[in-house]
Design a protein around this ligand. Structure first.
Ligand SMILES: Cc1ncc(COP(=O)(O)O)c(C=O)c1O
Length: 352
């Protein structure tokens, strides 16, 4: 390795994505439905409003207008990012200096760890309770003992699918002095939000994405909602023109079609229940999901994995995280894909 590389960067591992050509890729919590053909005319109409020879709206003006209307806030409460991955990175850049402590309740989404490491901060992981629910007392204690600058809360959490209650979130806000960044990537499948707190409390930031329920992971659009003074801080590290004209155009179309998105989301929530109902009598631990994926735990995880591979179903496992031993995370897919998932479980796992 080149001797000039920063030690913290040398310790990182590049993000790897599976290139297997699955029949059903249920490993990235994407939407199984591609709405391009439904939206084609609207997309062309919105793209025609953009001048692709010019730089795009630097601050995504019309997109922020639409997002603020949907969320009942002002455009000044919103900043857009190239996926919520970029929002996570920007928030970390604003609040985390070398050696600053950041609380990350585990297990959770990997980008929090990467962004804090790149910023030179120190991660203070906080283990969950044995049932994977958040250990709120431990989070508060760790934040105060370490004078943490930032706490990442993923609600509902990836990969467990579990949510933290509103009162627990309120306790963490009230009983610590850190910035609380609440990742609501799966909000639409859950329905509860800390948005109203974020609009008035400068220490609270909500992160959202169009990659999950809105079904446009390919365009890379995430956003943060917070008090205007907090948004102003994040604006200082945002790269000019961070969101392409094409992304802004397609994102506007997705938001125009929010009714269609809401009905697809409801179908996914119904599918989630249908899958769990069919599997609950099996000797299989199923974590209570508030998202578009379900986490399962089974002693037969290896056999299950082989069976999913054989059926060309892409699923997510965590070989490097001992806390997630025997766990498999599977996104909700089309009805056909979900039936295939259920069939594999029924074939491999016995009845209780
Ligand atoms: C909790 C969480 N936050 C953020 C992201 C990244 O979303 P985006 O596609 O907007 O970068 C994901 C993606 O899986 C996620 O699970």
């Amino acid at each position: 390795m080149n001797k000039n590389v920063r030690a913290k960067i040398a310790s990182l591992v590049p993000y790897k994505v599976s290139t297997v050509n699955y029949r059903w890729a249920l490993n990235a919590n994407e939407s199984p439905i591609n709405l391009f053909s439904d939206w084609q005319d609207e997309i062309i109409a919105e793209m025609a409003k953009e001048s692709i020879n010019l730089y795009p709206s630097s601050n995504c003006d019309s997109l922020r207008d639409m997002l603020s209307e949907i969320n009942g806030c002002l455009p000044e409460n919103i900043i857009c990012g190239n996926g919520s991955d970029e929002i996570i990175k920007m928030i970390t850049e604003v609040f985390v200096d070398q050696q600053d402590k950041v609380i990350i309740p585990t297990p959770t989404f990997s980008e929090y760890f990467t962004s804090v490491t790149v910023a030179g901060g120190e991660i203070v992981p906080v283990k969950p309770k044995t049932d994977f629910t958040f250990d709120v007392d431990a989070i508060i204690q760790a934040a105060n003992q370490n004078q943490a600058k930032l706490i990442f809360l993923c609600v509902p959490n990836n990969p467990t699918g579990l949510a933290m209650t509103d009162s627990d979130i309120a306790r963490i806000i009230d009983e610590t002095e850190a910035i609380i960044a609440i990742d609501e990537a799966y909000y639409e499948f859950y329905g509860k939000t800390s948005r109203l707190t974020a609009l008035i409390n400068e220490r609270v930031i909500i992160m959202r994405t169009l990659s999950k329920a809105f079904g446009v992971a390919g365009i890379r659009l995430g956003y943060a909602m917070a008090h205007p003074d907090t948004i102003d801080l994040i604006q200082r590290v945002r790269m000019p023109y961070n969101i392409s004209a094409l992304t802004q155009a397609v994102a506007r179309v997705a938001l125009q079609n929010i009714d269609q998105i809401n009905s697809i989301t409801q179908i996914m929530i119904d599918e989630r229940k249908r899958i769990v109902d069919q599997l609950r009598h099996l000797d299989l631990e199923i974590f209570d999901s508030h998202t578009n994926f379900i986490l399962y735990r089974s002693d037969k995880a290896d056999e299950l994995l082989t069976a999913f591979e054989k059926n060309r179903i892409g699923v997510r496992v965590y070989p490097k995280d001992p806390s997630l031993k025997n766990c498999i995370r599977i996104s909700l897919g089309t009805k056909e894909a979900n039936d295939a998932v259920v069939a594999v479980f029924k074939e491999v796992v016995n009845n209780v």
